[in-house]
Design a protein around this ligand. Structure first.
Ligand SMILES: Cc1cc2nc3c(=O)[nH]c(=O)nc-3n(C[C@H](O)[C@H](O)[C@H](O)COP(=O)(O)OP(=O)(O)OC[C@H]3O[C@@H](n4cnc5c(N)ncnc54)[C@H](O)[C@@H]3O)c2cc1C
Ligand code: SF4
Length: 454
């Protein structure tokens, strides 16, 4: 179980300072605001109830089962949560009508229902999805646009002092700052968002990603205004369709789908461990000095600094490593929940348990996102400066991802051979003349990772 005390300081700072600014804005707008500090939500509500005995509490639908339960027990009444564009009942009626819960099918329905990037009954540009145009590696000799900085005000400084931390200037804590971030993305990054969406680069921590998830998740931005800004910019003619469609797909597709699936799949879904993965969380996740893998050292260092990395490191580095090392899904989930600025139960549980580590046996994704060093080498510039070689699967120089990828397939071949989307990968094992040597090296790598020596 994750408690606030363990959270990344940037995450705590961002959430608390945003709430304080919001309270101040409401007061300025003439509302009477009572801002309480309490041990937990129920304790805060109890304080109010003690003062106003006949009060009725109204809240937006909560972001987790746990909070929903504790507020329900308290007698809180809920209204639909407008941080999303899809009511839970609507998502459920879609999911109930599906054999498999393919995001792409949901996304197409969303495009039509919300009338986004449509031309008559069909998609603008003639295709629903330009995913194949979203896979360029990081460009060489390229100057990335500067990052937008958010200067700290008096409220920020008070919160930082209370938390005994010194915040970066990366995260806005006001609506004005969040809007500035949205505009900055549209002006400086949106055009190239699509082509480099999957790339990872040592010389840029956010590439052309929007860095908007914290604000959309805590309500400083509404998803519909993000979509409106993106579409308005596209219709001006500067933005290629692969960027516009790719971005829209994230917001009205993936984000809504993940929230819908969290509530559709039920509270027990988070406990799934269908690959029986029971390894303790590796030391490198909490301490980047415990690894020589250039990619992991760099990404865990980035998380320590900013509480954020983009989608592909979350999926193809962090989750991929947890998956192929057989790390316990719940331990990994707890770590992710603690570290990321945009984390909440509704978004972490399906992304980690379903997409990241395939612990649900394929309920959400038809195949695991397992990959060796070749993928990471193609999509990033980490490998050139690494002591390991992404092409090698055996020997002291072998890339741990490459070794463990094959070992993972071998360990689970009986399960995956039944999956038609995995057949080719599993059959690849038959071509390995050094499988015994590889399995031996995999054991060395696993014990080296456990000791923090790989
Ligand atoms: C293992 C794992 C854990 C993740 N945990 C979180 C999390 O705790 N909170 C979170 O908001 N996102 C999470 N994501 C999704 C995604 O990685 C982040 O939303 C994204 O990296 C945020 O950066 P950005 O705003 O620059 O996104 P962009 O790449 O610019 O995308 C635009 C927006 O699309 C939405 N989005 C895209 N993909 C997803 C998705 N899979 N789930 C939900 N929203 C999505 C986000 O709101 C994001 O801001 C996770 C993904 C994985 C694989
Ligand atoms: S060689 Fe392997 S461990 Fe090193 S950076 Fe590349 S993928 Fe990461």
């Amino acid at each position: 179980m994750v408690s606030g005390a363990d959270w990344h300081p940037e995450r705590l700072f961002f959430l608390i300072s945003s709430a304080r600014h919001f309270a101040a804005e409401l007061r300025e707008a003439g509302f009477e605001v009572r801002y309480l500090k309490a041990a937990n939500t129920a304790a805060g509500l109890q304080e109010i109830k003690d003062e106003f005995s006949d009060i009725t509490f109204l809240a937006a639908e909560q972001s987790s089962y746990r909070l929903t339960r504790s507020l329900t027990e308290f007698g809180v009444e809920f209204v639909e949560n407008d941080f999303f564009l899809t009511p839970r009942t609507l998502f459920k009626s879609w999911a109930d009508s599906q054999k498999s819960y393919l995001m792409e099918n949901f996304y197409r329905k969303q495009r039509v229902r919300l009338n986004v990037l449509m031309e008559g009954d069909g998609p603008i540009g003639g295709q629903w999805n330009y995913d194949k145009d979203n896979r360029l590696p990081p460009p060489k000799n390229y100057t990335w646009p500067k990052y937008l900085e958010h200067q700290r005000d008096a409220i920020d400084l008070v919160v930082a002092a209370e938390l005994k931390m010194s915040p970066t200037t990366i995260w806005a804590t006001t609506r004005k700052g969040a809007l500035a971030q949205l505009n900055y993305f549209i002006e400086h990054h949106f055009e190239k968002f699509g082509p480099y969406e999957d790339a990872m680069a040592l010389d840029s921590w956010s590439l052309h990603h929007s860095v908007l998830s914290p604000y959309i998740n805590n309500g400083l931005l509404h998803p519909s205004e993000v979509i409106d800004a993106a579409c308005a910019s596209f219709y001006k003619g500067k933005i290629p369709i692969e960027s516009a469609e790719g971005f829209v797909r994230q917001i009205i597709g993936w984000r809504e789908y993940i929230n819908g699936m969290y509530w559709f799949l039920g509270e027990d879904y988070r406990e799934n461990n269908q690959l029986s993965a029971n390894r303790e969380l590796l030391p490198l996740f909490t301490d980047p000095t415990k690894t020589s893998m250039n990619c992991m050292k760099s990404i865990v260092g980035d998380i320590k600094e900013r509480s954020w990395v983009h989608h592909i490191p979350r999926l193809m580095l962090l989750s991929n490593l947890a998956l192929i090392t057989g790390t316990n899904p719940q331990q990994f989930l707890d770590w992710m929940r603690r570290e990321f600025i945009d984390a909440a139960d509704w978004v972490m549980v399906p992304n980690v348990i379903g997409m990241g580590v395939h612990a649900d046996g394929g309920q959400m994704m038809s195949k695991p996102y397992a990959a060796g060093g070749a993928y990471i080498s193609r999509m990033s510039n980490y490998c050139r400066g690494c002591i390991y070689n992404p092409k090698l699967r055996v020997g002291d120089d072998a890339c741990p991802f490459t070794t463990l990828y094959w070992d993972f397939l071998d360990r689970h071949k009986e399960t995956f051979i039944k999956n038609h989307r995995m057949g080719q990968q599993v059959n690849g094992l038959k071509r390995l003349s050094d499988l015994d040597e590889l399995k031996h090296r995999a054991q060395e790598v696993l014990s080296g990772l456990e000791k923090g020596e790989i």
